[in-house]
Design a binder for this molecule. Structure first.
Ligand code: SF4
Ligand code: SF4
Length: 401
């Protein structure tokens, strides 16, 4: 029986997910006192930023953004593609209303066409991604600035590089330097979700990037290597911002498991070479909890033990994006991207991002291959049950826009 038939006959096959936010039940939390704001300096940019910022990826709530700014968060992180442009639009509206654009640090990210098999940028655009050229950047940035209702951003990232070659891709470096000279951005940076140590070093050695935005959390197998690379960045004046600090999870296949988010944030912030973090937030409770970390940054013994236990769970939940599983699939499906889509849906409750991640994949290496595959041979070296997660993506029809 083909997978499609199996799904069609299963109870889950009848289930259709919603399309939008918010998505997760907020865990009841202890009320947190407002507390203090701790600042660090973002490398040579000299920007002073609270160590907890707002990753505006999973919420387009103006009230939440406003509350965050009222509570002292002055750095909002977004991307051209988040919530299909709504993240930038809402930030633009809220910041414009304050009348204090210059007091807010807005960071956004530009994503470009790529050859996913060779891990290089492509100068040929697609329906979903502009070409990796000056024109591709200019057009994308013009739209972002319009949505953000501003004529400059503070940090402009080259989004989601997977290799040092992408980090040092000359046409993009020149294009980003040009828009910086034009005053459309104050600083430029590069972001990556994988191969972090090599990519950080490549960004530093390129000498043009002011900031790196990097996945960094307690659950990464190579976290010690990342820590050393982050130190290298800091020593060379490159500002470091950490993302995916919660280990990308709230839910487990077998039920609901919440990582100790406060402890996870503290784990990252214990590394003083990290300037700030950008946890995604969807509720006021989460905002309060994240801000409360600044009252006491020390990781307690019980919090450490809790994180260690979570990091060592059998059948790990956090995909390390190591790409080793791709070779175990005869169709060379981009399994790490499928796992990322799963994390967006089941970890963050962001079904839009989950769908868009799948839609960005070429069909010959995407979820459609899995739908017609009779038996999954893919295996994960850290114990993730790839087949189960793929089934979930299909059952929830996340490949349908
Ligand atoms: S179901 Fe598994 S083996 Fe089949 S195409 Fe998808 S990832 Fe590859
Ligand atoms: S699923 Fe496993 S093997 Fe594949 S990229 Fe993620 S951690 Fe690596």
């Amino acid at each position: 029986m083909k997978r499609r038939e199996f799904i069609g006959k299963s109870a889950f096959g009848l289930f259709t997910t919603g399309f939008g936010l918010p998505l997760l039940k907020a865990r009841p939390l202890q009320e947190e006192s407002p507390g203090k704001i701790v600042y660090r300096t973002l490398g040579r940019t000299n920007l002073r930023i609270p160590i907890v910022s707002f990753g505006v990826m999973n919420s387009d709530s103006p009230d939440l953004i406003q509350r965050a700014m009222d509570r002292g968060i002055n750095h909002l992180d977004t991307a051209h593609v988040y919530l299909r442009g709504n993240s930038e639009r809402v930030i633009g509206e809220v910041v414009e209303k304050t009348g204090n654009r210059d007091d807010i640090i807005i960071a956004t990210k530009m994503r470009f066409a790529r050859d996913r098999q060779r891990n290089v940028f492509s100068q040929k655009g697609t329906d979903r991604e502009p070409p990796a050229t000056q024109e591709g950047l200019d057009e994308q940035l013009a739209l972002s600035l319009k949505r953000l209702r501003t004529d400059y951003v503070d940090i402009l990232y080259l989004h989601s590089c997977t290799t040092p070659e992408m980090v040092q891709y000359e046409p993009m470096m020149k294009a980003f330097e040009k828009v910086k000279k034009q005053g459309k951005t104050r600083f430029i940076g590069v972001s990556f979700h994988s191969n972090e140590p090599d990519n950080i070093r490549a960004a530093v050695d390129a000498k043009i990037w002011d900031v790196v935005l990097v996945t960094y959390n307690f659950a990464q197998e190579h976290r010690e290597e990342i820590k050393k690379a982050i130190q290298y960045a800091a020593q060379n004046g490159v500002g470091v911002i950490a993302m995916k600090t919660q280990g990308g999870r709230r839910l487990q296949e077998s039920g609901e498991i919440e990582v100790n988010h406060k402890a996870a944030l503290k784990w990252v912030l214990e590394d003083e070479n990290v300037c700030t973090t950008i946890p995604g937030m969807t509720t006021f409770d989460q905002l309060d909890m994240n801000l409360s970390v600044m009252n006491d940054l020390a990781l307690s013994k019980s919090e450490s033990l809790e994180l260690n236990a979570a990091a060592n769970l059998k059948g790990k939940l956090f995909c390390q994006n190591c790409k080793a599983c791709i070779e175990t699939c005869s169709q060379k499906v981009q399994i790490p991207d499928l796992m990322r889509s799963y994390m967006y849906a089941k970890g963050y409750g962001n079904y839009i991002q989950a769908r868009d991640t799948l839609a960005d994949l070429p069909s010959q290496h995407g979820l459609s291959q899995c739908i017609s595959c009779s038996s999954c041979t893919a295996s994960c070296q850290t114990g993730i049950n790839i087949n189960t997660r793929i089934n979930t993506l299909i059952q929830e029809k996340l490949h349908i826009a």
